[in-house]
Design a protein around this ligand. Structure first.
Ligand SMILES: [Zn+2]
Ligand SMILES: [Zn+2]
Length: 394
């Protein structure tokens, strides 16, 4: 029976609704995020807004606050779903290395016999032009492709993601080209929700203060307001700080990943097109359709024999022995075979046998999650604990 793409997916994503929704392997953390939003909102509605309705001379302001809270919370949750349940911009893996990019390594070591051992290599990097400036792109061993500019391999999801920003453990998904806008709107809306709940709780406390005379008595009358104000104050440091940080990143057209890399490498940002254009790029460009149809059926590919590029050098090598030539050809054939089958060997078997077990696999690629290294104290830096995939510079 034909399998669907999500059933043979090599990344460590989790799928729902037969591949219509895609999450990162840590999608379970979404439950925590949901509780962190919903529990305070429910407490706010049940213990603050309900009482606030009676405090105003007319009931209308109280009902307006209730309606605003409910509508805004639904809006935040929709943004959360749009961020975490969609393809962040995954570049589909190749089934074999790009043959047209093979070349002979000139700096091959010379064996004891004195004959250089030419080996078929894929250059680790390639140069492409972005906005008229050269940019180096790296080859991804896992996905068997040259990553487009700004693309990076997420070690948690085990996918190459376009315009990779970071892997957000709170939303359990990579933040990339296709969900960055929603991610920013989610975080900034959450900051606004915190401000709103804090302010309305403060208004209620003011009413109680007028009624009871002392702060202590007012606090005893509505402990929920006190807890909510403290909670929102702390949460605002996280989400407000994160909003500010991403406003800076959008204005300078950087991703979180690049921000760390640029600072480390002292590199120039070739994507910066001026503050206004950078904002327009994030908020006003059409989001490209996904390059993966997880719900669709797998297209059976006819295996083709590996193409061996001709070696000009060999034609001139009249002195070389026949035996050496045969050995070389065998090695070249072997190299291609090894390269194209490397993934299967490393992952230990056939694609079909793996299916969508949903188990996070360790990437044999040298992609290491920077994880904790970049988890700066969020309360100080204004970032939440996000982890970034990173190459360790092989
Ligand atoms: Zn990759
Ligand atoms: Zn990821």
């Amino acid at each position: 029976m034909a399998k669907r793409v999500h059933q043979v997916w090599k990344g460590s994503n989790i799928f729902f609704l037969n591949g219509r929704l895609i999450f990162g392997p840590d999608a379970r953390s979404l439950i925590v995020t949901l509780l962190l939003i919903l529990v305070p909102v429910v407490i706010f509605c049940a213990f603050v807004v309900i009482n606030l309705i009676d405090e105003f001379p007319s009931n209308n302001p109280g009902y307006a606050i209730l309606a605003t809270t409910i509508i805004f919370t639904i809006y935040v949750l929709v943004l959360l779903l749009l961020t975490s349940a969609r393809d962040p911009g995954i570049v589909p893996r190749n089934s074999h290395p790009p043959e047209e990019e093979f070349c002979y390594e000139s700096s091959a070591p010379i064996e004891a016999g004195g004959r250089p051992t030419p080996s078929l290599q894929l250059p680790r990097t390639k140069e492409v032009t972005v906005n008229g400036l050269p940019v180096k792109v790296k080859y991804c061993d896992t996905c068997m492709l040259y990553r487009p500019p700004r693309c990076s391999h997420c070690s948690i999801c085990d996918n190459c993601v376009e315009r990779f920003d970071h892997h957000c453990p709170w939303v359990g998904q990579c933040i990339g080209k296709r969900n960055y806008r929603y991610f920013f709107l989610f975080v900034s809306s959450l900051a606004l929700l915190c401000i709103f709940v804090f302010s309305m709780s403060a208004v209620y406390m003011k009413f109680l203060l007028d009624d009871y005379g002392t702060v202590w008595k007012a606090m005893k009358e509505s402990p929920a307001s006190v807890v909510l104000m403290a909670y929102c104050f702390i949460a605002l440091w996280f989400v407000g700080g994160l909003t500010g940080f991403h406003l800076y990143l959008i204005g300078t057209n950087q991703t979180t990943y690049e921000n760390f890399r640029y600072r480390a490498d002292n590199r120039r940002n070739v994507y910066d097109q001026g503050c206004l254009n950078n904002f327009l790029e994030v908020f006003c460009t059409k989001i490209e359709p996904s390059r993966n149809n997880f719900h669709g059926y797998v297209q059976e590919k006819v295996p083709r024999p590996p193409k061996v590029p001709t070696r000009d050098a060999e034609a001139d090598d009249s002195g070389g022995s026949r035996r050496a030539k045969v050995e070389d050809d065998l090695e070249i054939g072997d190299d291609i075979l090894k390269l194209s089958q490397r993934r299967d060997f490393e992952e230990g078997g056939d694609v079909r046998s793996r299916g969508s077990d949903g188990l996070p696999r360790k990437s044999p690629d040298v992609e290491l999650g920077l994880g904790l290294e970049l988890q700066e104290p969020a309360s100080l830096s204004g970032r939440h604990p996000s982890s970034l995939g990173r190459r360790n510079g092989n």
